[in-house]
Design a protein around this ligand. Structure first.
Ligand SMILES: [Zn+2]
Length: 72
């Protein structure tokens, strides 16, 4: 699938220390774990979210943006 309509840049905010970092989202897989660069906490998605970008990022992950779903 081509994600040329999707936004790939997301700004993640750590819920523990508030550290903000811009990341490029992978289009071929969902990122379930993300280590905060500030406090080194391993973040996991909220229940019902498929990846850390959906839970902590400014935009949803590419598969969700394209309404294709992911991680089924
Ligand atoms: Zn943190």
């Amino acid at each position: 699938m081509i994600y040329d309509m999707a936004i790939l840049e997301s700004i993640l905010t750590c819920p523990h220390c508030g550290y903000v970092k811009q990341e490029i989202m992978p289009t071929n897989a969902c990122q379930f774990y993300y280590e905060c660069s500030g406090c080194k906490t391993l973040l996991r998605p909220h229940p019902g979210d498929c990846c850390v970008f959906c839970s902590f990022g400014t935009v949803k992950c590419p598969p969700v943006q394209m309404h294709s779903g992911c991680c089924e």
